[in-house]
Each structure stands twice: as structure tokens, then as C-alpha cells.
Design a protein around this ligand. Structure first.
Ligand code: ZN
Length: 507
């Protein structure tokens, strides 16, 4: 049944995906740090692993999907010594850190719901798992892979390197890692080695978020929350760990080291945490890395409303989702007005075809079989599955959609004549097309995006209006029929009279 291959960053190759305990599948994704609105960089991992979640579910797996909320702020910069971003924001806005965390968790949910990203099975908060983090640090200490200095606990990378070899995931050795740190040694004097990282930090008086621990009143280090929460909900070893490429080092490397060091015991399989490590590539904007300091950090709400100096128009969440899916998740994506506008048009071609497909009836019609068209529709699912089975290649899957769009349009144009495919193929294909569009790619039509219930209502109202207009035309009451047409044009709704009745299109 499952014939899926995924690219595993840990082994640097595509591997057959074999869950540890099928049909159960455990997946962990590093979630957002909630101290600001989500931007484009948050959209890609969320959408990428939404696809993984949806496709595995489609394939019959029972997926437990854990995506955390980091609400004890990641420290600024890669070193452990920067200021807590959440605390910084809380102090600037004179709010409780938890008010900041709640506000931006809600904001993140709003943005992701708009992108039709499914909520995970469990969304644990770092601050809700301090005892689990402390327990894990205690085990790492007991196993001899950490040391205490002035109330802080640091991970001993030298010791770890001797036993396991540090840098498996990123493919760097300890020397290379240290050379990267040479310029940034200030404030690291407490550590024995520049590559060591904090598991627990003693807090000073000014620190807002702190907890008591066996070592000091303080707060957990950057990486330990993900190891602790994934272990709690998915076990010491689970199937998939996901994230953006930028998390491979140091975050995921540190996670693996922590888990290995914590669970180290005779007979222990040293590949820590996940069997498959999947990473999505980055998004650039007009060819540049996105950064607030460059003035091109666009958040998702600005994209949805078009309110940003770099944006020529608003882009719907579905346009953004579709554009991201038009590339394979391991390729880079460049956002620009031109590329988003063409994605908008391309998505409309598919949604228009979807609407037409729903109007083509197969029953009680003469069939004049066109073998090419029949074959094209019949092999759609098999092809789409084979692309998805090849490391979730949504780019090729979408390209396959564009091979059936002209067939649908042809069938629609000929809908009063004989049917060019068998009624059975048409029915089967319609189901498969919708399954891939809605359930697997997680796309929606414009009407669906406007809200599920109003969709049906709009269609119903339009049926009423168009039938009043057709009756008026039959009665040669052009005053009424022209009034309806002109008023609808003002709302960008165009009517088209065809032998089958009146159609309406929202421009
Ligand atoms: Zn993480």
C-alpha cells in the first residue's frame, strides 16, 4: 500500500518511508516563536508538513502530528546569550509575556487557518512543559553529557563527540562548527567549549519568565523544549521530524544530541529522536533573503490585504498556498508580484475547470469515445500518486492538473453533444480530481474561501436572480433583465447566456 520515498537529511538520500509502528505515524514540526505576526517564512514549513500530514492520512496512516508553540522566547541570535525576544517585546509593550504569547498564538492560528493548514493533533507549549525539560536535563547530567556552572547547565559537546560524533545531521565536524563561532566568543566564557550550548540558564533579577530548578531559578535553553515535548508525545524514537533548512544547525543537531545523551544506555540505537528528518527550503523575496532589517519582511496579513509598499495588490491565502505548492518543498522559492500574479491566474484555471467539471453530466448520454481523453482522465490518480510518492512532489502533481484542465474544458464545451469519455471514467475522475485538489493539496475555490456556508447561499441566491432574469427576458421585460445585468456588472459579476441557461462568473 504505502510506496512513499522521502529525502532524509540525516542520511542525505531518498529512502523508502517505513513507519516504526504502522499504521501509526508520529510527526513533530518545530512551531513558531510567538512574539510577532507570522511572515512568509512561517508559511512554508506549515504548508509543507500540512501536505505530509494530509498525504499520509490519505494513504491510510494514523498520524499523530505534534507542532509546538515556543512561548519562552528563543534567544536572539544563535548564541545562548542574547535577550529573550518575547521578554523584550513584553517589556517594550508593558505587557505580561503570556499576553504577548497568547496574542501571537491567536494571530498565527488565524493566518494558518486562512492558508487552510490543518491544526496539529497536539500543540504543546514550551512553558507548559518545564518539568519535562528539567527531567530530561537531569538525565543528560546523570549520563555525564552536561555540566553545571554558576547555576546554569551546559551540554558537553566534546564528551558527546567522543561517544556519538557531533554533527551527524548537518554533516559538520566539531572543528568546522567551532570555526564558525570564532568571531562571536563574547559572553561565552562560562562554557568549557564554544560549541557547548545551554540546557538551563540561571536568570538574573530583570528576567520576567523564570522557574525554579535543582540548579537555579532560571529558564530552559533554546533546544531542550523540542526534545522534551517530542519524547513526551511521540516517544524516544518516532517517524518524522520536520522544519526549515535554517533549523538543521544548531537547533536540530542539538535536539539529536540531547535525545541521544538522555537515552544513552546499553543497546541504545544512537540515531536520536526521528527516523526521518525532513527539511523544506527557504523563501526569498525579489531574489533577496527576507529580513526586517532589509525592510522586506512581509507578514502574511500584509499579503492578504496588499498593505505593504512592496506589494502591488492583495494576494489571497489560496494564491500563496498554491504558489508555494507549485515548487517542490526542497527547492527555493522566490516571491515577487509577477510570480504571485501568475500563480493567481494558474489557480483560477484549475478552479474554473473544477466548477465546469461539476456541471458535466455523464448519465444517459451518447458516448463517442476519444481514447486520448479517456486515458488522460483514467491515469490521473495513478500519476498524481506516483508524484506524491516521490518525496511529496506537489510541483509535478500540479503540472498533472494542467494536463487534465483542457480535457475538462473540452468536455464542458461539448456538454450538449455526445460524451467523449465513458460516464464511469468521468464519475471516477471527478472524485479523484476533487480529492487531490481539496483533501491532499488542501486548496479551496474562491467561494469556499469566503466561508463554507455562504458558498451555498451565494450559489442559491444567484440561481434565484438568474432565473428571474431569464423569465423577464422570455416576457420581453428588458427593463428588469437589463437592470439585473447592470447591477451585477457593478459587483464584477458577468452573466453569459448559453443554450443550457445563464451562467455567472465573478471577474
Ligand atoms: Zn524545535
Amino acid at each position: 500500500m504505502l510506496n512513499l520515498f522521502v529525502y532524509n537529511t540525516l542520511t542525505r538520500q531518498k529512502e523508502k518511508f517505513e513507519p516504526l509502528h504502522p499504521p501509526f505515524t508520529g510527526m513533530y514540526l518545530c512551531g513558531p516563536t510567538v512574539y510577532g505576526d507570522a511572515h512568509l517564512g512561517h508559511a512554508r514549513p506549515a504548508i509543507t508538513f500540512d501536505i505530509v500530514y494530509r498525504y499520509l492520512t490519505y494513504m491510510g496512516m494514523k498520524v499523530r502530528y505534534v507542532r509546538n508553540i515556543t512561548d519562552v522566547g528563543h534567544l536572539t541570535g544563535d548564541s545562548d546569550d542574547g535577550e529573550d525576544k518575547l521578554q523584550k517585546k513584553a517589556k517594550a509593550d508593558r505587557l505580561e509575556p503570556m499576553e504577548i504569547a497568547q496574542r501571537y498564538t491567536d494571530s498565527y492560528h488565524f493566518d494558518m487557518d486562512a492558508l487552510n493548514v490543518l491544526r496539529p493533533s497536539i500543540e504543546p507549549r514550551a512553558t507548559g512543559h518545564i518539568p519535562e525539560q528539567i527531567e530530561m536535563i537531569e538525565k543528560i547530567l546523570a549520563n555525564g553529557f552536561a555540566y553545571i556552572i554558576n547555576g546554569s547547565v551546559y551540554f558537553d559537546t566534546l564528551k558527546y563527540n567522543e561517544v556519538f560524533g557531533y554533527g551527524e545531521l548537518s554533516g559538520r565536524n566539531l572543528e568546522e562548527i567551532v570555526s564558525g563561532y570564532r568571531e562571536n566568543l563574547e559572553g561565552q566564557d562560562e562554557k568549557r567549549h564554544p560549541a557547548d550550548f545551554a540546557l538551563w540558564k540561571k536568570a538574573d533579577e530583570s528576567h520576567l519568565m523564570k522557574w525554579s530548578s535543582p540548579w537555579s531559578t532560571g529558564f530552559p535553553g533554546w533546544h531542550i523544549e523540542c526534545s522534551a515535548m517530542s519524547t513526551k508525545y511521540l516517544g524516544e524514537k518516532y517517524d518524522i521530524h520536520g522544519g526549515g533548512l535554517d533549523l538543521i544547525f544548531p537547533h536540530h543537531e542539538a535536539e539529536i544530541a540531547q535525545s541521544n545523551a538522555c537515552n544513552h544506555a546499553p543497546g541504545f540505537d544512537h540515531y536520536g529522536e526521528a527516523k526521518y528528518w525532513l527539511h523544506c527550503n527557504m523563501i526569498t523575496l525579489e531574489g533577496q533573503k527576507m529580513a526586517k532589517s532589509l525592510g522586506n519582511g512581509i507578514n502574511l496579513k500584509e499579503l492578504y490585504t496588499g498593505k505593504h509598499p512592496l506589494l502591488e495588490q492583495a494576494y489571497s491565502p489560496m494564491t500563496i498556498r498554491f504558489y508555494i505548492l507549485q515548487a517542490h518543498y526542497r527547492s527555493t522559492i522566490d516571491f515577487s508580484n509577477v510570480s504571485l500574479q501568475s500563480a493567481e491566474k494558474a489557480l483560477k484555471r484549475i478552479t474554473d475547470a473544477l466548477k465546469r467539471l461539476r456541471e458535466i453530466k455523464g448519465e444517459n448520454r451518447l458516448v463517442a469515445l476519444n481514447e486520448d481523453m479517456e486515458k488522460n482522465l483514467k491515469t490521473f490518480r495513478e500519476d498524481a500518486e506516483s508524484f506524491m510518492n516521490d518525496d511529496f512532489n506537489t510541483a509535478k502533481t500540479i503540472a498533472r492538473f494542467f494536463e487534465v484542465v483542457p480535457v475538462i474544458n473540452q468536455l464542458y464545451a461539448d456538454r450538449s453533444g455526445p460524451l467523449a469519455v465513458s460516464a464511469e471514467t468521468l464519475m471516477q475522475f471527478s472524485k479523484e480530481f476533487e480529492t487531490f485538489f481539496f483533501d491532499i493539496l488542501g486548496l479551496k475555490t474562491e467561494e469556499d474561501s469566503a466561508g463554507g456556508e455562504s458558498d451555498g447561499m451565494v450559489q442559491g441566491l444567484m440561481n434565484v436572480i438568474t432565473s428571474i432574469r431569464s423569465d423577464a427576458r422570455k416576457d420581453k421585460n428588458f427593463k428588469v433583465s437589463d437592470f439585473i445585468r447592470d447591477e451585477l456588472i457593478k459587483m464584477n459579476i458577468k452573466l453569459k447566456d448559453t443554450p443550457q441557461g445563464t451562467e455567472w462568473i465573478k471577474e
